[in-house]
Design a protein around this ligand. Structure first.
Ligand code: FAD
Length: 476
């Protein structure tokens, strides 16, 4: 029997897995491999929350494989040398993998493909992560899109929906199994936190393919109905929470789109709105591919000289810890710390407060999200931060400065979200829960340890930000 290495990366599933499909359809026995090589990620090695998720996801993938008479072999990088020595040790003829699109990984993978082919191995990569390749859609002039609306219009026009591929029920045994390098035990990678600060993550999330499919089913039966309206309400379970599952490729985006579109009783407006959110994910990869420098520099060069505030470690610490004195901001940052996830509306509010009110460079926020989010994703995180900071493609206009008090009143009208994550403020009536400094005596009584005043007053911070942003308002 001919063997092909199937190199798993951020595609930790068996269902609708193009590389696995290609290997089996070409008549190879698949040998599943995972290689841990954070130093190859170009300065964006996965953060702690992400690694905690990966630990569980790898364990789940191995269990799925074992139930099919296979297993995941885990190694440490460098990736090329590991693949080469596995090819030599197993007499495998081929290496198949699904593409990743982070700039450093694209370069690495291209070099790996060239090297493997040079030595006579078959090396093939596939799109297992996106509805459209990041380079597939272009404006009429052949340029990359810089705005979401026309990008999504052309994506909807080009929409193809190939039927997702079902995972194989089992695999044939590999010949001479004992001669194949066994690899490392998962624990040897030390991805799981030792002190259990991630315990709260797993009350809501179940990493792995089964958890992803359950989350998708629960969404289609529940929050999809009314999604267009409730997706913006942070206290509701109004969104899919599929982001970490999609990031780790525990479910294919094609499977998600097909399942949602097949939901006959879901209102079309909700389905379309949800597909549009998947569209933002596609758009983020389009931008990352065409503007790879934006992972750490502003896309808009006018921001090279922007008067960001001088370093203020105490303020940054307060923002991270959820101690700014602005309840909706603090509630979001505490939700992030406790669960590894934050509602999209609140991500926008906390990001706006950091970049506009505190006028800190968006990279400070992007780096913290990178460490703390279980769905940390270089494309979506870069787009999200540059959009809010006003420095990126299709950015929010400079005068859009979220007023955190107005946002809280509008999207958390009864204060349930704030009370959930800041229980010390639950005793205050809702209007005061959003701006507790307005009644210092009540605040002191209810929550003596909560900051008396916001780090930056919403109105004064807005005025200062407008003044700074006005300086870069000219033509690009
Ligand atoms: P749903 O509303 O159910 O949406 C379905 C899916 O669509 C999501 O799972 C996600 O894959 C995609 N999606 C939705 N909104 C966006 C968006 N604005 N941009 C890109 N994709 C989107 N998302 C990440 O996956 N990883 C990140 O690191 C990340 N960082 C962000 C940073 C900032 C400052 C902001 C404002 C947004 C960021 N987002 C990021 C986008 C968004 O907040 C999350 O994708 C969303 O909250 C995930 O929750 P959900 O799965 O319930 O979303």
């Amino acid at each position: 029997m001919r063997i092909a290495l199937v190199w798993f990366r951020d595609d930790l599933r068996l269902d609708d897995h193009p590389a696995l499909r290609a290997a089996t359809e070409a008549g190879y026995l698949p040998l599943p491999v995972y290689i841990h090589a954070p130093e190859e990620e170009g300065g964006w090695a996965p953060g702690a929350a992400s690694e905690a998720w990966r630990h569980r996801s790898l364990r789940a993938l191995d269990a799925m494989l074992r139930a099919r008479r296979s297993r995941l072999r885990i190694f440490r990088g460098p990736s090329l040398q590991t693949l080469q020595s596995l090819l030599a040790a197993t007499d495998a003829e081929a290496v198949f993998w699904n593409r990743r699109y982070e700039p450093a990984i694209e370069q690495r993978d291209a070099a790996i493909k060239r090297a493997l082919r040079r030595q006579g191995a078959r090396a093939e990569s596939f799109n297992g992560a996106l509805l459209f390749e990041p380079w597939q859609l272009a404006t009429r002039r052949g340029d990359p899109y810089r705005a979401f609306a026309p990008f999504w219009t052309s994506a909807r026009a080009a929409w193809r929906e190939p039927a997702p591929w079902d995972a194989p029920g089992g695999f044939d045994a590999l010949p001479d199994e004992d001669a194949i390098p066994h690899g490392l035990a998962l624990d040897a990678l030390r991805l799981a936190p030792a002190r259990g600060w991630d315990d709260g993550f797993w009350e809501r999330f179940v990493p792995g393919e089964r958890g992803a499919r359950d989350a998708l089913s629960a969404f289609v039966e529940g929050a999809l109905h009314g999604y267009r309206d409730t997706r913006d309400v942070p206290a509701a379970r109004g969104t899919s929470r599929l982001s970490p599952h999609l990031h780790f490729g525990e479910v294919s985006v094609a499977r998600v789109a097909a399942t949602v579109r097949a939901s006959v009783d879901a209102p079309p407006a909700d389905v379309e709105r949800f597909l549009g959110e998947l569209g933002w994910r596609e758009f983020s990869y389009h931008l990352l591919h065409h503007f790879p420098q934006t992972v750490d520099t502003s896309l808009d060069p006018r921001f090279d000289d922007f008067p960001w505030a001088p370093p203020a470690p105490a303020r940054l610490r307060a923002w991270r810890r959820g101690a700014t004195g602005v309840p909706i901001v603090d509630a979001g940052m505490r939700q992030l710390r406790s669960t590894g996830w934050m509602h999209n509306r609140v991500r926008m509010i906390v990001a706006s407060y950091l970049t506009k009110h505190l006028r800190m460079h968006w990279l400070h926020g992007a780096r913290w999200f990178w460490a703390a989010l279980v769905d940390a994703d270089l494309a979506s995180n870069t787009l999200g931060w540059q959009w809010i900071a006003g420095t990126g493609a299709d950015a929010a206009p400079y005068f859009r400065i979220f007023n955190p008090v107005v946002q809280a009143r509008r999207f958390d009208p009864d204060g349930a979200y704030v009370a959930r994550w800041l229980p010390e403020l639950a005793a205050l009536p809702p209007p005061l829960r959003f701006a507790p400094w307005e009644d210092p005596a009540a605040l002191r009584r209810a929550a003596p340890a909560y900051p008396r005043r916001p780090l930056v007053d919403p109105a004064a911070g807005r005025a200062a930000a407008l003044e700074a942003y006005a300086k870069v308002r000219g033509p690009r």
